[in-house]
Write a protein that binds this ligand. Structure first.
Ligand code: GSH
Length: 216
């Protein structure tokens, strides 16, 4: 039974799932969703995910969305014992903390700042930018003396956060001025399995979308 992933290449949360699948050596049956033409609002899609977001994963009739719920599910189901999501409670708690930091703080602040500019033609808001800088400073602190963001080895936290942070490349947010983030970014790029295919290609699509929207 194939595992279906409903996705959009440029989307950061979708890229986090693709990175996880590569790291687990798992083949996903990719199903493009045309957000632009409202495919995610059609009854067939709403049946799978009433929240109508991508990514959505369907595994043998089980439908799950929210990228971080998807990636932890994939390791729990297909990567038992994998260091990507350690089972030892404290090590796992650290990964979870970083995942929640990503969804609730870092990526959220980026979305609050950048998406009104891209999709709504709003001017850049300095206060919102300051909030991102504050979150980046926190990530830089988490990475002090650490190769990866939740301990000594690559985890789901790195895959989720790298999908988010790489998206900043499409904006004027200069995350590379934070030395620990800059080092970590290069480390993850060179050590996450299938990085080019799973993140870089979609990131290029995201940059293209941003450029086309900003020109309008
Ligand atoms: N927190 C969610 C965010 C998902 C999300 O907002 N995806 C966007 C694309 S990047 C989407 O599906 N937008 C269409 C909609 O919300 O109707 C996750 O990590 O999966």
């Amino acid at each position: 039974m194939p595992i279906d992933l409903y996705y959009v290449p440029g989307s950061a949360p979708c890229r986090a799932v693709l990175l996880t699948a590569k790291a687990l050596n798992l083949n996903l049956n990719l199903k493009l969703v045309d957000l632009h033409h409202g495919e995610h609002l059609k009854p067939e899609y709403i049946k799978l995910n009433p929240q109508h977001t991508v990514p959505t994963l369907v595994d043998d009739g089980f439908s799950i969305w929210e990228s971080r719920a998807i990636i932890t599910y994939l390791v729990n189901k297909y990567g038992k014992g994998s260091s990507l999501y350690p089972e030892e409670p404290k090590a796992r708690a650290l990964v979870d903390q970083r995942l929640y930091f990503d969804i609730g703080t870092l990526y959220q602040r980026f979305a609050d700042y950048f998406y009104p500019q891209v999709f709504g033609g709003a001017p850049a808001d300095k206060d919102k930018l300051a909030k991102i800088e504050d979150a980046l400073q926190l990530l830089n602190t988490f990475l002090e003396g650490q190769k990866f963001c939740a301990g000594p080895t690559l985890t789901l936290a790195d895959l989720s956060l790298v999908a988010s942070v790489s998206s900043f490349e499409a904006s004027d947010v200069d995350f590379k001025k934070y030395p620990n983030i800059k080092r970590w970014y290069e480390t993850v790029k060179s050590s996450a399995p299938g990085y080019l295919e799973a993140n870089e290609k979609g990131l290029d699509a995201f940059k293209g979308l941003v450029n086309s929207m900003m020109k309008k």
